[in-house]
Design a protein around this ligand. Sequence first.
Ligand code: NAP
Length: 433
Amino acid sequence: MSQPSVINIGICGLGTVGQGVWKHLARSRAALESRLGVRLKLHRASVRDLRKARAVRVPASRLTTDPLAVATDPAVQIVCELIGGTGVAREVTLAALRLGKTVVSANKALLCAHGPEIFAAARKNGGHFFFEASVAGGIPIIKALREGLVANRFGLIYGILNGTCNYILTRMEREGLGYAEILADAKRLGYAEADESLDVEGWDTAHKAGILAFLAHGAWVPTRAMLVEGITRITQTDLQFAREHGFAIKLLAVITRDFASDELFVRVHPTLLPLSKVLANVNDVYNGISVTGDVVGETTYIGRGAGQDATASAVISDIADAVILLNRGNSPLPAPVAQRCPLAPPERIRSRYYLRLDVRDRPGVLAQIATATARAGVSIADMVQRPSKHRNAATLLLTTHESNEQAIRATLARFRRLSNVLGEPLLLRIFAS
Ligand SMILES: NC(=O)c1ccc[n+]([C@@H]2O[C@H](COP(=O)([O-])OP(=O)(O)OC[C@H]3O[C@@H](n4cnc5c(N)ncnc54)[C@H](OP(=O)(O)O)[C@@H]3O)[C@@H](O)[C@H]2O)c1
């Protein structure tokens, strides 16, 4: 009987995710080997600092500080890029793909910034690129979009894609505390990075939205062409209003495609989501994604969106696919070929809106607000008044009837010109589908 072939795996980056992959691959290797019909060898790994203590035991002879040496090692067939960022990670990825190797990556920032270059390098040289762990950690959403839902066109995809933001919003809602207080706690507990801006300002979600938009529609939408807003200005006033009116506030990525005009729109913003929606009840660090296909209808995915184990689960699933590809030549359905897709202009993005603004408590101010919204073509559905933190002022909470992004931006511009409006109003979208 012939010996099963050996597949050598190289891991660039043994941090949180890399160590998780090493640990779980070592643990589940026998079961995986028996299913895949090969022997899996953790051949080499790279780190930045050889002296750093690690939770996994890696023989010194298999460690290097040179990730390119791992990526270009002729014995290594599968290269896992688990370094992060867009510098060394890009070099490592391209070097491996140019040699026709298979790369497994968890790096959403790299894919979002250099996706077309990476896929072109893979196609040109016969290499392959797998990236299940780049969006929503342990949820197999890439495989679902790429394979399971291949029969569909996707009118709407929306999701909670950042566990840190969901954790902060959930605790604010549950405990009645302010954003800054919960953020400080989240940092202490390791749920938020020391520099939290990528998460809380929406950019991490935007990177993931860009990847989902590519998979669903074949178009790379740069983050500069998206509407991206974060959660830093959400207060208890907003959360209370939302709860009283049957909503939760969630940071959502929303990807819409209008089949009539073919236009695509990708946006990231805190959203008042009806409590009747499954994702309104996805809390803490969990992620959730709703995908509506024209054939299948709505499907929903919920799970841990980050962390060592969930992310390792996704990376190992890609390694298994890579092995099948290398050993049997069975390729999973490839990612779509990139194409241009028209982006919807703001006037075609329709929504209801929630506005919070502080105004001087004077006669005639409400009339000024009503006139400003009417002149911008926006109609107020509801207005309530709350005490303001400013002296001699009131906080107004407005909701609008359905309008569009262009009109609501014109409304905000009019508010800014009113001397009776104090500070910058807060604008949130109200989800409807
Ligand atoms: N953490 C998560 O929950 C999660 C979830 C989904 C996706 N991801 C993605 O997974 C990737 C890895 O994330 P992580 O959290 O595991 O990061 P991490 O803990 O910071 O680990 C990064 C690893 O890369 C090494 N490294 C960093 N810079 C390097 C350089 N310039 N040259 C050589 N090696 C370098 C580090 O070496 P040292 O250990 O010696 O410092 C470390 O081993 C990122 O793309 C991230 O976005 C992470």
